[in-house]
Design a binder for this molecule. Structure first.
Ligand code: NAP
Length: 287
């Protein structure tokens, strides 16, 4: 049986690792704050003391951490992934990061004889819990094939997109669209409030028409209850928009709508909303 590792047990990683355990895989976990390992260990996972120890114990190690800085630290830091890497082992970074960071990690993993895939995910906390993520993989094809049983436990769909960078880029495009949609949605909700309209009515009208979607439906209902506990932390949403804008810069591609949405998210961050759900950008539109 394949031995799997999982690094980073935040909102997403804890649910993804849990689905690997529940599917019967042999899983070793690590998280920077070690208490987050406890529920996984109770469910049947082993716990290791360092990322290097997880990689040493595993054929394929998955990671899902905050941002490019966290992915780099996990890989290159003391007792990091590279220290446990050896010939034939696989490393799959499922965090949402930029193309360059992913390519630097790929080169380092290959330099140690290992194989690398980037595999960011589309879908939030509930799809992660339900094993319904969409996995956007790119990199070493043989590792993709070997990781498929694990991807099947974590997701409802996985795509192989080609060379490293394609998965990261696809994920940034998806989240740039999602972030600008959320910014426009919350701006409209707050405009409706200021115009004395019923936001309940607005939500019902949106839901009955051509721009109906699950995000407006679910997040709209939660906004009505002033409920912003994080499924997708706002700080990560702004990070993704920022990384998408950087990609646009590199390609000389104009992104005025995304740039405007980024300003709204930056304002929300300056209001102390980092650890709220990204729908809390509503509060920046209301103020
Ligand atoms: P989260 O709940 O904030 O968890 C972040 C994880 O990263 C935690 O395990 C944290 O460890 C770890 N971490 C942060 N900095 C680190 C460092 N320097 N070294 C080692 N570990 C570090 O975030 P999340 O929502 O699970 O998101 C994880 C990734 O998935 C992000 O890239 C995010 O953009 C992406 N994503 C999220 C969603 C979503 O809806 N939530 C959806 C798709 C993709 P501690 O516990 O010690 O802080």
């Amino acid at each position: 049986m394949q031995k799997l590792g999982f690094l980073g047990l935040g909102i997403m990683g804890s649910a993804m690792a849990r689905n690997l355990v529940d599917a019967g895989h042999d899983v070793t976990v690590w998280n920077r704050s070690s208490a987050k390992c406890d529920p996984l260990v109770k469910a049947g996972a082993r716990q290791a003391d360092t990322p290097a120890a997880v990689v040493s114990a595993s054929d394929i190690t998955f990671a899902c951490v905050s941002d490019p800085e966290a992915s780099s630290e996990l890989c290159f830091g003391p007792d990091g992934v590279l220290e446990g890497m050896e010939k034939g082992k696989g490393y799959v970074d499922m965090s949402t990061i930029d193309l360059e960071t992913s390519q630097i990690i790929e080169e380092a993993v290959i330099g140690e004889g290992g194989r690398y895939l980037e595999a960011p995910v589309s879908g939030s906390k509930t799809p992660a819990i339900n094993g319904n993520l969409i996995i956007l993989a790119a990199g070493e094809r043989s590792l993709y094939e070997e990781a498929l049983p694990a991807f099947d436990a974590m997701g409802k769909m996985s795509l192989y997109l080609g060379d490293v960078g394609s998965g990261a880029a696809m994920k940034l495009v998806v989240n740039m669209i999602m972030g600008t949609m959320m910014a426009a949605f919350t701006e409209g909700m707050s405009l409706a409030e200021k115009a004395g309209l019923s936001t309940q009515d607005l939500l019902a009208i949106l839901d009955a028409g051509a721009i109906s979607n699950p995000m407006f439906r679910v997040k709209g209902a939660l906004m009505q209850d002033d409920e912003f506990s994080p499924a997708f932390p706002l700080k990560h949403a702004q990070k993704d928009i920022r990384l998408a804008l950087l990609l646009g810069d590199l390609l000389g591609h104009g992104m005025p709508t995304t740039a405007a949405a980024n300003e709204v998210f930056k304002r929300a961050r300056s209001m102390g909303l980092d650890d709220n759900d990204f729908s809390a950008v509503f509060k920046a539109s209301q103020s």
